[in-house]
Ligand binder design. Structure first.
Ligand SMILES: CC(C)(COP(=O)(O)OP(=O)(O)OC[C@H]1O[C@@H](n2cnc3c(N)ncnc32)[C@H](O)[C@@H]1OP(=O)(O)O)[C@@H](O)C(=O)NCCC(=O)NCCS
Length: 162
């Protein structure tokens, strides 16, 4: 039996059972259902979910305020990792942030989280001066690395004479 195709959709309350399964498999200190539900009520938030058939296999979300997008979470079910899905979710968030008028995107990542750091670097996120928040994660006391991407959309060459 082949795997069903994965499609991305705007996240709704109906997705939260599946989202919480992936959340609990992915994070040491998972968000609660209420935390996600509260996010979905806000107009400045954007959450996408990846579904294979009826199953939630990943998701990601962000806040977009003025010209800045702040990624709040991205996760892929462990059985579905390493197949390009995290990258697809992040590319969708970047596209949606730009469509809302954002010019830059930022996020925090655990210093030890190599897969995530590599994913973000692949998409053009960089760290700058002051990019470490010491002891940011209260569960382990681990540092956060702050990463930025700017501009969100590569400039097109105009091709004409100056
Ligand atoms: C981080 C995460 C979302 C990546 O999702 P994924 O679907 O496995 O990633 P992809 O298959 O799309 O990989 C895209 C890129 O990420 C990087 N990457 C992904 N997994 C990696 C791994 N195990 N080791 C090193 N780099 C990795 C690579 O650069 C990869 O590109 P490449 O295949 O061309 O080398 C996933 O590992 C996850 O859910 N982790 C737990 C939750 C988490 O840490 N979220 C991020 C919080 S900041």
């Amino acid at each position: 039996m082949g795997s069903p195709e994965v499609h991305l959709y705007p996240m709704t309350l109906a997705d939260l059972d599946g989202v919480l399964v992936v959340e609990r498999l992915s994070f040491l200190t998972p968000w609660s259902r209420d935390a996600f539900a509260e996010e979905l009520l806000q107009t400045f938030t954007v959450y996408v979910v990846a579904r294979a058939g009826q199953h939630v296999v990943g998701y990601g979300g962000m806040h977009v305020v003025f010209d800045e997008a702040h990624v709040t979470n991205v996760a892929v079910h462990p059985d579905w990792r390493g197949q390009g899905l995290g990258e697809r979710i992040m590319r969708r968030l970047i596209h949606l942030a730009a469509a809302r008028g954002a010019h830059r995107m930022t996020l925090e990542v655990r210093a030890s989280n190599e897969p995530a750091k590599r994913l973000y670097a692949k998409l053009g996120f960089v760290t700058g001066p002051g990019a470490v928040r010491r002891g940011y994660y209260t569960d382990t006391g681990e540092d956060a690395i702050v990463m930025w991407k700017e501009p969100l959309v590569e400039q097109q060459a105009t091709g004409g004479p100056a």
